[in-house]
Each structure stands twice: as C-alpha cells, then as structure tokens.
Write a protein that binds this ligand. Structure first.
Ligand code: BEZ
Length: 220
C-alpha cells in the first residue's frame, strides 16, 4: 500500500514497449499509472482508447500514461488493434505502454486486486486503480473504481491541473473547479500575507459563523 506523499515503488516490468524500470521510464515527467481488469473487455476498451486520444493533453502537462493488466504481452498487442479500431485511431504505434503483470506481483504490491472480479481461471482481476506520480516520484493521487464503472479521464486531467497549480501557488481549488476558475486562499495563510501573495486581490464570503475562512481569489 502506497500512501499519498510516499515514494512510488521503482518496479521493473514487461510492457508492450519492452522491459522498463519505472523510475527511469518516468525520467523527469509525471506519470499516470492506471490498471484495468482484463484485456478484451468492453469498458476497458473504451478507456484505453480514450487515453490514447488524450495523450497530447497529458504531454502538454508533462505526464506520461502507462496502463496495467495481468494479461500477457501478446494478448495486449492483439487487443491494441481492437482499441485502435474502436477509437478510430489511425496510428501505427500505440502512444503509451501497457504493462503485462501476468504474475500479479505488481498488482499485489500496489493493492490493485479486485476482491470480487475473477478471471476464467478464478484468479482475481485488477480493479480500475489510478495513480498519479509526480516528477519527484511521489504518489500524489490514488483512486479506486469498481470494474463496472469506467473512469472519467477529463476528471483526471482536471486533478493534474489542480496539482500543478497548487504546487506553485498557495491556493486550493474548490468543488468542480476547472482551469482558469477562481481558487481558494489556503486556510493557514494570514490575510496580511494573502494581500501580498495575491495582487489580484481576494474576497471573503460572509458566513453565519462570522469566520472569514472562505477566501476567493482569481486563479494566479
Ligand atoms: C469491462 O471492462 O467491461 C469489465 C471488466 C470486468 C468486469 C466488468 C466489466
């Protein structure tokens, strides 16, 4: 189990682009590692195709995607043709690697195994985990979805935008925030300091408690 802020394990893995050592593969980039229950399943096919289309948006943010399931490389490679066909992707090379964790060692290490879903041999499938790892190799976000619910990768990009912004500025992003939207001054910042930090100003929302803790500022 890796907690937020922990260094993400530096594992070695067989992937559709050859063997990788995870930290070397990341280099100076951020990474999104996402697992899926199995190759040749409908929801997973929609997800991997969506991520392939979003690769330029991940690249813009200096984030490298990598997928994982417990199937073999040959299965992944055959499935990639279906993913490309489903998504109408006219590309020769699939734009991100898929890890083949046939031994399930990585899935166990990273707490990815689904307690309910089993493959045809009765072995546990991986659930839909999402890990976002920063350029210092620290885990910054972890979400677990059930097999029956496909992920929303727009939300993942939104979180990355929030992480990149809040790493740089002393703000937090409110509910349903989107890039460019108003932000919250961090609670521990004193108003005197906030005046210096946020030249565009900030306003406090008046609430019954009389406490000025909801302070809104334009996105720095
Ligand atoms: C799917 O990807 O469609 C799926 C995989 C396992 C269980 C349910 C759905």
């Amino acid at each position: 189990m890796v907690n937020l802020g922990d260094e993400f394990p530096n594992f070695e893995a067989e992937t559709t682009v050859g063997k990788i050592s995870f930290h070397d593969w990341l280099g100076d980039s951020w990474g999104i590692l996402f697992s899926h229950p199995s190759d040749f399943t409908p929801v997973c096919t929609t997800e991997l195709s969506r991520v392939a289309k979003l690769v330029p948006q991940f690249e813009e943010r200096n984030v490298k995607p990598i997928a994982l399931s417990c199937n073999s490389i040959s299965s992944h490679l055959q499935w990639i043709d279906d993913i490309k066909s489903y998504g109408g992707l006219s590309i020769k090379n699939f734009p991100y690697p898929i890890i083949a964790d046939e031994s399930r060692d990585l899935a166990v290490l990273l707490g990815m195994l689904d307690p309910v879903e089993k493959d045809s041999d009765g072995l546990p499938l991986t659930c839909r985990s999402v890990f976002i790892i920063d350029s210092a190799k620290k885990l910054r976000l972890s979400i677990l979805y059930p097999a029956t619910t496909g992920r929303n990768f727009n939300e993942i990009l939104r979180v990355i935008d929030s992480l990149l912004l809040t790493d740089k500025h002393k703000v937090a992003t409110p509910v349903d925030w989107e890039k460019g939207g108003d932000c919250m001054v961090l609670p521990h910042i004193k108003s005197e300091e906030a005046k210096e930090l946020f030249p565009k100003g900030f306003s406090s929302v008046i609430v019954p408690s009389g406490k000025a803790y909801i302070r809104i500022t334009p996105q720095p």
